[in-house]
Design a protein. Structure first.
Length: 300
DNA sequence: ATGGCATATCCTATATGA
């Protein structure tokens, strides 16, 4: 099962890019952020035509999140992050997909800092971490995927000095991310690529994309139920190079969640949460060798 | 401190993003 997260920066203007990516990479589950559209403007018919069922939570002008499932329908669990009934920003969706709990998030940017927007970012992050504690321990396979608006370490930015005053790199933001990870979550991209620079965002200014001056701010995290199933992770950089591209590229993982594994995952939900899964199916090792996680080369 | 670019809407101007 291939799962991806993609900040589209406006789903209406980006629809051709989104459809092209879906057709070429065929992800099974997709978390989208920054729809920048009201619910009624969500391109439900076009996505269905492309083979994807969807749930979405829009908002005028800003924010907005969605979860897509290829040849299926996400089963909605919640449409808002708990903890603040006064928060009306569309930044969170949670759904069950093939026995996996998929959490799609668009964490606040927080600029300028210091200020009320940065306070909102940190408060949102705290609410999120309070919620994920329960998710982590639920015994269900859980994935957190989205635009976290945090540069976790200096290895995740082309030049830390250029972003020194930015909300994405502040110690408070990084501490919040580390506190989240300390619940046990696996940062898939960094785990699969421990040393090399990986970026998921390149701003529109100063030729940053052609120079590969980017940030790693879109993240996919797994709990202990799902981490053993991680087979590969990466970024579809080619999407950033297309005409009329978003400033983010799709970030993806591949999970060994076949029919047999799905049953194993379902069984895992009935175990005591603190226990490790009994015996990992031997198919995992064999499958790892078989296929490099490259898409079919239909075009260049 | 600002800008560079791109998105949105209350669109010849402004708010937001990262």
């Amino acid at each position: 099962m291939k799962l991806a997260t993609f900040n589209v920066n406006g789903i209406r203007t980006r629809l051709p890019n989104l459809l092209h990516w879906l057709a070429r990479e065929s992800p099974d589950v997709v978390c989208l952020q920054e729809l920048k559209a009201l619910d009624g403007a969500f391109p439900e018919a076009e996505l269905r035509q492309a083979g994807y069922g969807a749930i979405w939570k829009g908002q005028r002008s800003w924010n907005g999140v969605a979860i897509l499932v290829k040849d299926g329908e996400p089963v909605e669990i919640r449409r808002e992050l708990p903890g603040d009934p006064a928060d009306e920003q569309s930044r969170y969706l949670e759904a069950a997909v093939n026995g996996v709990i998929v959490c799609c998030l668009y964490l606040p940017n927080g600029n300028p800092q210091p200020g009320p927007k940065f306070d909102y970012k940190l408060a949102w992050f705290e609410r999120f971490t309070a919620h994920t504690q329960g998710l982590y321990q639920s015994g269900h396979p859980v994935v957190l995927a989205g635009d976290f608006n945090v540069i976790p370490t200096d290895a995740d930015v082309y030049n830390p000095k250029s972003w020194q005053k930015d909300a994405l790199i502040q110690p408070e933001s990084r501490d919040a991310y580390q506190r989240l990870l300390s619940q046990g979550w696996l940062d898939c991209l960094r785990h699969e690529h421990p040393h090399e620079p990986i970026y998921t965002f390149w701003d529109y200014f100063r030729q940053h994309w052609p120079q590969n001056k980017g940030l790693r701010i879109d993240h996919i995290l797994l709990n202990a139920e799902l981490a053993p199933q991680l087979e590969a992770a990466g970024v579809h950089n080619w999407v950033r190079g297309e005409e009329h591209a978003s400033d983010h590229a799709p970030t993806w993982i591949e999970l060994s969640l076949t029919g047999a594994k799905r049953s194993a995952a379902a069984a895992a939900t009935r175990r005591i949460p603190t226990e490790a899964p009994a015996d990992p199916p031997p198919a995992a090792a064999a499958r790892k060798k078989r296929a490099p996680a490259k898409p079919p080369r239909s075009k260049s």
